[in-house]
Design a protein around this ligand. Structure first.
Ligand SMILES: Nc1nc2c(ncn2[C@@H]2O[C@H](COP(=O)(O)OP(=O)(O)OP(=O)(O)O)[C@@H](O)[C@H]2O)c(=O)[nH]1
Ligand SMILES: [Zn+2]
Length: 186
């Protein structure tokens, strides 16, 4: 990531909005913002599928669900945060399972980029399908978009839910219903 370029751009934004980039409170802001962008966009520098290369073999062919994975991402239209929870379910095939934390790392890797909620949801599902070749994957993402709450249409408290359904979750209604009921239970 080009830290210097972010600093220069941030300084220009401060000037453009009529601020004085030399005043005490703002003097280090371009540097702070550059460091912050490096952190919140670090997913651009990795391929989250790398986390799914560590596979175990275990004779388990029932559903695995990791619920309520918190995430923070950035809306690519407005460069404002959207954030919430992701729920990731899969049904292993041929005993191929992965570490539970790796599912959360995949969410994190795709969230830490300029994103759309729909793309975030399907990228998580597709990465798991590709790397684990499970019988199916179901990903649900629930998020609040700051671009809809603090500006524009200004609708605080509105949530967007997206899902990506692959394999057996698509073809088998009962399996899909079971996953949704587990996700919605407390
Ligand atoms: N589908 C989708 N839309 C998003 C997401 N994040 C933001 N948006 C929408 O992207 C759209 C951009 O619309 P534009 O009309 O180009 O931009 P705008 O004039 O700032 O739109 P308003 O937000 O309605 O003021 C808005 O409707 C946002 O709500 C997302 O993750 N998925
Ligand atoms: Zn937005």
């Amino acid at each position: 990531m080009d830290i210097r370029k972010i600093e220069t751009a941030m300084r220009m934004i401060l000037e453009a909005i009529g601020e004085d980039p030399e005043r005490e409170g703002l003097r280090d802001t371009p540097k702070r913002v550059a460091r912050m962008y490096e952190e919140i966009f670090h997913g651009l520098e990795n391929d989250p599928r790398e986390h799914l290369q560590v596979l175990f073999t275990e004779d388990h062919d029932e559903m695995v669900l990791v619920k309520d994975i918190p995430f923070y991402s950035m809306c690519e239209h407005h460069f404002l945060p959207f954030f919430g929870k992701a729920h990731v379910a899969y049904i292993p095939a041929k005993g191929k399972i992965t570490g539970l934390s790796k599912l959360a790392r995949v969410v994190e890797g795709y969230a830490k980029r300029p994103q759309l909620q729909e793309r975030l949801t399907s990228q998580i599902a597709d990465a798991i399908m590709e790397c684990l070749q499970p019988r199916g994957v179901l990903v649900v993402v629930e998020a609040e978009h700051m671009c809809m709450t603090m500006r524009g249409v200004k609708k605080p408290g509105s949530y967007t839910t997206t899902s990506a359904v692959r394999g057996i979750f698509k073809t088998n209604n009962a399996t899909r219903a079971e996953a949704f009921s587990l996700i919605n239970s407390n």
